[in-house]
Design a protein around this ligand. Sequence first.
Ligand code: TXA
Ligand code: MG
Length: 324
Amino acid sequence: MNAFSSRLGTVVRPCDEAGIKEAVSLIRSGLPVAVPTETVYGLAADAASNEAVARIYQAKGRPSFNPLIVHVADIEQALSIAAFSEETLKIAQLFWPGPLTMVLPLKKEAPIASIVTAGLKRVAIRMPSHPVMRALILSSRCLLAAPSANKSGAISPTSAQHVKNSLDGRIPLILDGGLTEDGLESTIIAPENDKIHLLRYGPITIEALKKATALPIVETHKENSTSHPIEAPGQLSSHYAPHQPVKLEVEVKQPDEWHIGFGKIEGDDNLSFTGDLVEAAAHLFAALHRAEASGCRQIVIAPIPDHGIGRAINDRLRRAAAPR
Ligand code: TXA
Ligand code: MG
């Protein structure tokens, strides 16, 4: 019997040889493990096993219709599960390893459990750059299905402590690799019929994608978009939600509010005093976790410029502020 007993509690270990060895052994026995990646912490399990992946859904309390990203260590592994065109291979080679997820046709013979794609004919693939996640894929000899390591709908984790606060007692192990570098989940694209659907904003910006391909980029998830041939079902309007209500574009706070500032708007906490959007992205989820823990009545957030990675920040903030 491989099921994790919550009575054993959740162990946090450093990402040294012994920690990785323990993680590999848990993954090979069909259990999910929390791992740092360059974007956010992931909850990783063997993508070939329906049972192992079901334990991810169980730990997160995630609706089972929401499919997961498969993490690979190299292009051969990616080619073994999805069909690439010349153009999609070019994009993959430009941005991988790194924070880009591609939704591509699933190969019939792919060793991917049906629960990973929730029965869809396409699979989401990412080749992470984080050495620990890569070591885990290679040493376990498993492709790893991994969503962000938080309870479904809650703020994503950028530290081992965030994971512990959200999933303590629900998973056996967290590998602690310190703060994640990018701080936001990967950009998701779905290339199709001579265009590229952008399904989720992330660290790879539209500007960077436009430079990399001549194909038009359609922001499929935008509310006024008319074409929705492919969707990321996980992009629910309320997501990343702290316990308290969230209000955006606030320059001056009320006394019982917690103000997350940006640039010159100082706030109780500040995403980047110098107004650097990349730094702000890296700090965003940690700032939301601190705001939630402050016990304030309402969280208010300074305006964030809507260009470059600022688009991804505002996307997460709109979902954090959405009606529940
Ligand atoms: O940076 C990331 O992408 C992190 C790290 C751990 O890699 N992972 C992550 O996973 O953010 P998750 O599960 O929190 O978000 C994955 C998103 C969801 O919105 C899901 O609906 C979408 O990807 N997705 C997964 N498979 C899909 C598919 N076959 N077709 C369309 N959307 C898919
Ligand atoms: Mg998530």
